[in-house]
Design a protein around this ligand. Structure first.
Ligand code: HPA
Length: 266
């Protein structure tokens, strides 16, 4: 059978992307910044998932962002859609095989830190896998025991902070705690996350980081904070609220991301 990587290579024979990106809720307009975009639908790529989440795009978009050729996945399959944490295994390995050394991820998240208000951008410095799901269950070989130290590459993060500084963008940094969802957390769970040292909570990103580290890629990840965690404010949490808040910050978030990725020294 023809693999997803082979199909990507056949469809886009001249493409040599070195940076793969996965966009979460609110970040899809980064795609508009890509020069000469070429698209391949997930439906044409064996093992690529169809996302059921509003606000996600089911295409791989390949083109130039600043000084790099990038391959952007407009949406991800979340563990809460199927109960499986490995839904992005084939796409991430395909990006790696295609030549991507770096995975840049984005998401929408709730803040559990009074110093990081809604509308903020946060570089993820580390994560807590509260779900204890792993996309590597069933893998064989010693490579499965992958180190998660420096999972979110410090050198790439430093570059992001330098660009934020020169653009006048406030870029926070913090620990992202993964809850499977799709229900939002309870106030008690939010208090637990705070006590455990998290700054933000969300329903994605962690399985993809684990897969990317296992595949030997460096990871850079950003959260767009759309709300305070349950019980920390009087807002009612909903996906519509997440999307509308993300929309309000989308322009700032995506121009920042296009600059960071476009100028990334790798
Ligand atoms: N919790 C989990 N995921 C989220 C949240 C939240 O408060 N906001 C946006 N995504």
């Amino acid at each position: 059978m023809t693999t997803a990587t082979e199909i990507l290579q056949q469809r886009l024979p001249a493409a040599r992307p070195r940076i793969g990106m996965i966009l979460g809720s609110g970040w899809s307009s980064v795609i508009d910044a890509i020069e000469n975009p070429q698209r391949v639908a997930y439906a044409d790529l064996p093992g690529f998932p169809q996302s059921s989440v509003a606000g996600h795009v089911s295409d791989v978009v390949v083109g130039r962002l600043g000084r790099h050729e990038v391959a952007v996945m407009g949406g991800r399959k979340h563990t809460y859609e199927t109960g499986r944490a490995d839904a992005m295994k084939i796409p991430i390995r395909a990006l790696r095989e295609w030549g991507c050394d770096v995975l840049v991820q984005t998401n929408a998240a709730g803040s559990v830190d009074a110093n990081i208000p809604p509308g903020s951008l946060m570089a993820i410095s580390d994560h807590i896998n509260f779900s204890q799901h792993s996309p590597l269950i069933g893998e064989m070989g010693n490579e499965r025991f992958v180190s998660m130290t420096n999972a979110y590459d410090i050198g790439l993060r430093q570059q992001a902070h330098e660009h934020a500084g020169s653009m006048g963008v406030d870029l926070f940094e913090g620990v992202y705690a993964w809850f499977v969802g799709p229900q939002f957390e309870t106030p008690a769970e939010i208090r637990m996350a705070m006590g455990a040292g998290a700054n933000a909570v969300g329903m994605s990103t962690v399985p993809e980081t684990i897969l990317a580290r296992h595949a030997g890629m460096q990871v850079l990840a950003f959260s767009l904070i759309t709300n305070m965690g349950a019980g920390l404010s009087s807002e009612t949490l909903s996906h519509a609220h997440t999307l509308s808040q993300a929309q309000a910050s989308a322009k700032r978030a995506t121009s920042f991301l296009a600059r960071v990725v476009g100028q990334l020294a790798i």
